[in-house]
Design a protein around this ligand. Structure first.
Ligand SMILES: Cc1cc2nc3c(=O)[nH]c(=O)nc-3n(C[C@H](O)[C@H](O)[C@H](O)COP(=O)(O)OP(=O)(O)OC[C@H]3O[C@@H](n4cnc5c(N)ncnc54)[C@H](O)[C@@H]3O)c2cc1C
Length: 409
């Protein structure tokens, strides 16, 4: 349809994470203009996390709509579907791989590579980097029928007027806080420590072998101590995290002097493993203690409970991904949900722009679909958390994964 026949609306997306970028990439294909405002100063300003498995019926569906599925498939890492489940002494309970399968259900991709694929699908002029949203000014037409929005940024600048604002700005979304909900996500009782070892094959071949080509999960009986997840990335690095039950302020009250990490990171991390996973095998500990300088961080995990809904309705403002429904990564669905939201929201925007459907009607339909899906996945996430940390731990995980891999579940 020619653009002159369209209901022209100006769309602002706050946040260039996987959700915001997927939306912008689909909108580009639908020839619906948008502007993205991202707080990072540039695409390379922040080290990206580890691998993500992109599911066929959500993440891959969105990539297909954005015309990026073929390029994704060139970069996906089927070898990285290799998975070891080990007990805390290092014994292997499950060894699984989908390598050789032509069309795997959940292929892995490095997070940094996914971001690059998505960025390549977006017109570079669409994105303004170094724009941290701090405020949104609303004005309403004299008939009270339509809102328009001006975004204010930390650098003192302001945007032009927009008809629709989409908060894709992650777990601590400013868009959500300003306009949709004052309820913050709550701590889920699990904290993680993150470590990165570069060039793992050459520097630590025995650790490389312990992990295999993809992911390695090490847990104790009942996950009383925790769960170590180690993943080999396409750039040759190993990214690991120890997830462990702890109070929210554990980092401050642990008795570990984190300020010494700059001069003696290994010493600090040795204190950490002896405190958190003291009985575990040496290789599981070394996944953490061999961390390269400047790569360690400790963070509590937050989420909304299943069934959570926003308090306020503001015509023309909506959310997607973690901004709408952050949940801890116990079911590994967060990025797929963000991309699925982007897919649904792009279709809603198409209805507004091409079919002339009212903004409120299209947005309400989108939010209903999104929140129902998020609620179902929050339940699965809680079950995943319960599975790992609720007493069953390694034993439950092994039984369930064996069923899944044998096709019985
Ligand atoms: C340890 C860990 C492991 C995980 N593992 C997995 C996994 O294996 N599989 C999976 O599917 N999910 C996983 N997740 C969840 C996944 O990372 C998120 O669900 C996903 O990144 C959400 O995407 P998003 O685009 O909604 O938000 P984000 O990725 O958080 O992106 C938000 C963007 O908004 C920007 N932003 C924030 N505030 C502002 C502001 N004020 N102004 C402008 N820009 C702003 C940020 O810089 C960022 O670029 C994991 C999460 C964690 C913490």
């Amino acid at each position: 349809m020619a653009s002159t026949a369209r209901n022209l609306v100006k769309v602002a997306i706050v946040g260039a994470g996987p959700g915001g970028l997927t939306l912008a990439a689909i909108l580009r294909r639908l020839e619906i203009p948008c502007s993205i405002f991202e707080l990072d100063a540039s695409p390379s300003a922040r080290v990206q996390g580890s691998m993500l498995d992109i599911h066929k019926r959500s993440g891959q569906l969105a990539l297909e709509k954005a015309g990026l599925l073929d390029v994704f498939k060139k970069h996906m890492r089927v070898d990285a579907t290799e998975m070891f489940i080990r007990d805390h002494q290092g014994n292997v309970h499950i060894h699984h791989s989908e390598e050789g399968e032509e069309d795997p259900e959940r292929p892995e991709i490095d997070r940094a590579v996914l971001r690059k694929v998505l960025l390549d699908g977006v017109d570079p002029d669409t994105i303004q980097w170094g724009k941290k949203l701090v405020n949104i000014e609303i004005s309403t037409t004299s008939e009270g029928t339509k809102n328009s929005f001006v975004l204010a940024f930390a650098d003192g600048t302001k945007s032009t007027e927009f008809d629709i604002v989409i908060g894709a700005d992650g777990a601590w979304s400013r868009t959500r806080t300003l306009l949709r909900s004052s309820v913050p996500p709550t701590y889920v009782g699990i904290t993680y420590l993150w470590s990165v070892i570069k060039d793992i094959d050459a520097r630590y071949p025995e650790l490389s072998e312990y992990v295999g080509k993809g992911s390695c999960f090490t847990a104790d009986s009942g996950c009383k101590r925790g769960l170590v997840v180690a993943q080999k990335n396409g750039d040759g690095s190993l990214k690991s995290n120890v997830n462990f039950p702890a109070p929210e302020n554990w980092k401050e009250t642990s008795g570990i002097d984190w300020s010494k990490a700059d001069e003696d990171l290994e010493g600090v991390l040795k204190q950490f493993v002896e405190k958190v996973i003291p009985e575990w095998n040496d290789k599981a500990k070394e996944l953490i203690t061999r961390c390269d300088e400047g790569e360690m961080l400790v963070r509590p995990l937050y989420g909304y409970p299943p069934g959570y809904r926003f308090e306020n309705k503001v015509s023309g403002v909506t959310l997607l991904g973690d901004a709408a429904h952050v949940m801890p990564p116990f079911a590994g669905v967060g990025v797929n949900l963000a991309m699925h939201d982007a897919y649904d929201l792009a279709l809603a925007l198409e209805k507004i722009v091409v079919d002339g459907v009212a903004i409120d009607t299209a947005m309400e339909e989108y939010e209903e679909t999104m929140m129902v899906r998020a609620g179902e996945n929050a339940v699965r996430t809680n079950q995943g958390g319960e599975l790992f940390f609720g007493g069953g731990g390694l034993e439950n995980t092994v039984v369930i994964l064996k069923k899944i891999f044998s096709g019985a579940a």
